[in-house]
Design a binder for this molecule. Structure first.
Ligand SMILES: [Fe+2]
Ligand SMILES: [Fe+2]
Length: 143
């Protein structure tokens, strides 16, 4: 899985977090594929959860900054995604087989990627709109 420029939202921090997201997910999945011990996968997963929580927070701050009208819906999606990612830790501790675990992780990753490809794409025009603002001179003319 790879980040592509088609997923850019136009904010440097958020785009770098989205790019890093793919590396982190790939690390978890390949650790599992390689039959890494549960604790190692668990460690990748807890790093991922921390990074994801930070990303959601930064993204929500951006949405407030650009006056995104659908903020509440977006935040609710973040909360639901966070809940299912956090649940993975428990599932990881209890899953009997790698296959079972991979399936659950795959479903969660798919939900995250879908959020990025659909919901995150809905706010990007507000981000580019707010950047255009800063190019206006005090008289409201575009420089
Ligand atoms: Fe995002
Ligand atoms: Fe988001």
């Amino acid at each position: 899985m790879k980040w592509t420029p088609a997923l850019a939202v136009g904010d440097e921090l958020i785009d770098s977090q989205h790019r890093a997201f793919f590396d982190e997910v790939n690390a978890v999945v390949s650790a599992l594929h390689d039959g890494a011990p549960r604790q190692r996968v668990q460690r990748f997963l807890s790093d991922f959860i921390i990074a994801l929580a930070r990303h959601f927070r930064d993204e929500e701050l951006l949405l407030v900054r650009v006056n995104y009208p659908d903020y509440d819906h977006h935040q609710a999606e973040h909360r639901a995604l966070m809940a299912s990612v956090s649940a993975l830790s428990e599932i990881l501790a209890e899953a009997d087989t790698h296959v079972e675990l991979l399936q659950v992780i795959r479903n969660t990753v798919t939900a995250l990627v879908e959020h990025m490809a659909l919901e995150d794409m809905r706010y990007r025009r507000y981000v580019s709109g707010s950047q255009a603002e800063s190019w206006r001179d005090p008289h409201g003319q575009v420089l």
